[in-house]
Design a protein around this ligand. Structure first.
Ligand code: HEC
Length: 160
């Protein structure tokens, strides 16, 4: 009798464990808010990568050693437009409504960013120090060029 009770208890415990161990079902698709969170994270990491490349290049790191970061920015520039899908329009974010009201203008800014990062990748491949510095400048201009029209400016830093 005692053994039977124990067997039942162990059985129940194992069932409970099995239920807990079962992986959560994978959602069929990311929700719009997930896409916004991912694009904001990628923008932030893009800024980290850009600054790293700028500092390294300024400090004399050979362009051929900066290919990984250049590629990362190029991949992000290719993925970025889809992260501003119309389904994300009503999620609170710092994207201006103009992103969707003027999609062709936004596409042009995205293309300028993609072109600048391609030049960055090419300069890294060719170990072209000056070309890399030029491409960094046009990449930075592409970030700013889009933000000026399509991003709500970040809150001003508090004085003092
Ligand atoms: C084609 C337009 C476009 C380009 C190009 C672009 N951005 Fe953005 N960026 C935006 C928009 C729009 C937002 C606001 C997104 C949101 O809040 O969901 C943003 C947000 C950001 C943010 C804030 C992220 C956060 O934490 O919420 C940073 C940082 C940023 N961008 C950096 C960059 C840098 C650096 C580059 C260039 C390497 C760049 N962006 C290129 C449009 C652009």
């Amino acid at each position: 009798m005692k053994t039977a009770h124990m067997a039942i208890a162990i059985g129940l415990a194992l069932t409970g464990w099995a239920a807990l161990a079962k992986p959560a079902p994978t959602p069929a698709a990311p929700k719009p808010a997930d896409v916004v969170a991912a694009r904001q994270a990628a923008m932030a990491m893009g800024a980290v990568t850009f600054n790293m490349l700028k500092n390294a290049s300024g400090a004399g790191t050979p362009a051929k050693n900066l290919g990984f970061g250049a590629n990362a920015l190029a991949k992000w520039s290719a993925a970025m437009p889809a992260m501003f899908a119309p389904s994300t329009r009503n999620v609170p974010s710092r994207a201006k409504p103009e992103v969707w009201a003027d999609m062709s203008g936004f596409a042009l800014k995205s293309a300028a960013f993609a072109d600048a990062t391609k030049a960055l990748v090419a300069a890294a491949k060719n170990d072209d120090k000056e070309g890399f510095a030029d491409a960094l400048a046009s990449t930075g201009a592409a970030c700013k060029g889009c933000h000026d029209s399509y991003q709500v400016p970040p809150p001003a830093a508090k004085p003092g």
